[in-house]
Design a protein around this ligand. Structure first.
Ligand code: FPP
Ligand code: MG
Length: 309
């Protein structure tokens, strides 16, 4: 059993919910599980390359969301941890491939050199492929005390989220839109709901599926996730303009340089901020029936809009 601080996981007590401690504690749990998930074997280079990016830090927002909704809907951290790790493996592999010279050609990610800068394009492609395949194996082989049909549901959903219906589809439209000044709000929304939103939504929903949540819960949590996903992207676009390289841990100002259509380029920074706030308000409104138990999800939504990196 994972030991957790009662104050952090039981927001029903009298102590005010402290998001900073919650995120720190959850991030530590996830880091430890990720570290244990992947040991170095032969050929060492590929395992080192996979670990290099998987353990490079990051907010671990997707795993944390998965654990949070599993608990909210009656499950435990233990049953959701393999899926939480798989979500991070998928997210990491998408970033390794996104940074390749054939796509965004980026040199820095999470404050360190990108995978291909350290290991070369060939190994970086394979490290991404290795992480993607391992994510599915990891959920199937390590999820215990959950009915098989829920695990199959989660695996099917992960597959749809990664493929042309999700990340891959969003990335293709993103690449095709580069350098085009006249991208519509609909195209931009398609890119983001697929490229970023889909994995965030699956992070939120998979925790609930593992816990055996009702369809009604899943619908509310999906809407929460769609809203925070889009708000997350709007804030990302704003930070690309307003934050420094150091704050972001990657090169700032890339969107303007690549003439990428973004929400601030369509609406301006102020209107973009207002839209993001509206989305966060709607996300939080989905949590009303859960009372104080939903405090982590509520505060994560608020954090998305105030974050600086
Ligand atoms: C970062 O976007 C990129 C993503 C969120 C995902 C990209 C998806 C792929 C490369 C497809 C991966 C392949 C599979 C099989 C899943 P960004 O470039 O806008 O943000 P950044 O500034 O952080 O790079
Ligand atoms: Mg990129």
């Amino acid at each position: 059993m994972v030991k957790t601080d009662e104050k952090l996981i039981n927001p029903n007590n009298q102590t005010a919910f402290d998001l900073h401690s919650y995120l720190k504690q959850r991030k530590n749990l996830v880091e430890e599980a990720l570290d244990n998930s992947l040991t170095i074997k032969k050929p060492e280079t590929i395992y080192q390359a996979m670990r290099y990016s998987l353990l490079a830090g990051g907010k671990r927002l997707r795993p944390i969301l998965c654990l949070a909704t599993c608990e909210l809907t009656g499950g435990s951290i233990d049953i959701a941890m393999p899926t939480a790790c798989a979500l991070e493996m998928i997210h990491t592999m998408s970033l390794i491939h996104d940074d390749l010279p054939a796509m965004d050609n980026d040199d820095y990610r999470r404050g360190q050199l990108t995978n291909h800068k350290v290991y070369g394009d060939d190994i970086a492609i394979l490290a991404g492929d290795g992480l993607l395949a391992y994510a599915f194996e990891y959920v199937a082989a390590n999820t215990h005390n959950v009915p098989a049909e829920r695990i199959v549901k989660v695996i099917a959903r992960l597959g749809r989220t990664v493929g042309a219906e999700g990340l891959v589809g969003g990335q293709v439209l993103d690449l095709e839109s580069e350098g085009k000044a006249d991208i519509s709000a609909q195209t931009l929304s398609f890119i983001h709901t697929h490229k970023t939103g889909a994995l965030l939504e699956t992070s939120v929903v998979s925790g609930a599926i593992l816990a055996g949540a009702s369809d009604e819960d899943i619908t509310k949590l999906s809407r929460y996730a769609q809203n925070i996903g889009l708000a997350f992207q709007i804030i990302d676009d704003i930070l690309d303009i307003t934050a420094t390289d150091e704050e972001l841990g990657k090169t700032a100002g890339k969107d303007l340089q690549a003439q990428k259509a973004t929400y601030p380029s369509l609406w301006g920074i102020e209107k973009s901020r207002i839209q993001a706030q509206n989305l966060i308000d709607d996300a939080i409104a989905q949590l009303t029936t859960y009372g104080e138990k939903a405090e982590p999800l509520r505060e994560i939504a608020n954090y998305i809009i105030t974050r600086k990196h």
